[in-house]
Design a binder for this molecule. Structure first.
Ligand code: BTN
Length: 248
């Protein structure tokens, strides 16, 4: 039984970005928590750090959920990312093996990216007053034209076609589950599940940080969401998004 996410859904035939649309809606009125905005044609899909998000019209899930996670301390806001990544990972894992969460919250299958998340939190009065959780999940698209690195879809991985409405319903169930875990304080469960599914956790692999290329081993993610990598000399370093690149 769903409690919060997906009890109300609004589907748009087209929009610039579902995150932008949700944000504009939030400015006009108090929205019910968990409302989902989705679109068939996202004309200016936004990815992380000002990247474009490619999605062929009518083929994929492009949606945003409005949440009010006031109970999450600002310094722990990465927990929202973790809960969302776990939900998308659960969804993908129901169809294909070997799905991983690539820090911070991408979903990868066999070194290819199937889903990305753009979470935009608003802080007011010392709390997270609202969070817009945007999810792009590639379902039926078979050809990618942008320079996005290694995109893949559920259809390419399974050679099947999927009903988008059914997929949306399933994804909302998963999101609702993990958001409830967060809301009920199951922090240890979230942290452990996230690290268990983390791409390259405890594995030596090549990374690039600025000019430096090095071998490192991911040992976890700190409370503020920085990736912790151990180097061959035994030192550990924390990285924010874009400070470190996975050499895949
Ligand atoms: C990433 O760069 O990996 C994040 C991609 C997030 C894309 C989704 S699609 C729905 C929502 N609306 C947007 O404009 N972006 C997010």
């Amino acid at each position: 039984m769903r409690t919060i996410i997906g009890n109300q859904m609004e589907h748009l035939s087209r929009t610039d970005s579902t995150n932008n649309y949700a944000s504009r809606q939030l400015m006009t009125k108090r929205l019910p928590e968990g409302i989902v905005y989705s679109t068939s044609a996202q004309e200016k899909g936004r990815g992380q750090v000002n990247q474009h998000w490619e999605s062929e019209p009518g083929k994929n899930i492009t949606m945003s959920v409005v949440l009010y996670p006031e109970f999450v301390p600002i310094l722990s806001q990465f927990l929202i990312s973790k809960a969302v990544a776990l939900a998308v990972h659960d969804f993908v894992s129901a169809y294909v093996p070997d799905a991983h969460i690539k820090w911070p919250n991408d979903i990868y299958v066999e070194k290819k990216k199937i889903a990305g998340t753009l979470i935009e939190n608003s802080l007011r009065g010392g709390v997270i007053s609202s969070s817009i959780v945007g999810i792009g999940l590639n379902i039926n698209q078979r050809l990618f034209v942008s320079d996005a690195p290694n995109p893949v879809s559920l259809s390419l991985l399974t050679d099947q076609q999927f009903d988008l409405d059914d997929c949306m319903e399933e994804l909302c169930d998963r999101l609702d589950d993990w958001y409830m875990q967060l809301k009920t304080g199951e922090i240890q469960k979230i942290n452990e599940a996230y690290e268990r599914r983390l791409f390259r956790m405890d594995e030596w692999a090549p990374y690039r940080a600025g000019e430096e290329e090095f071998e490192g081993k991911i040992t976890g993610v700190d409370e503020i969401g920085r990736l912790v990598i151990e180097k061959r000399d035994g030192t550990k370093q924390q990285f924010h998004l874009k400070e470190v690149e996975f050499m895949i």
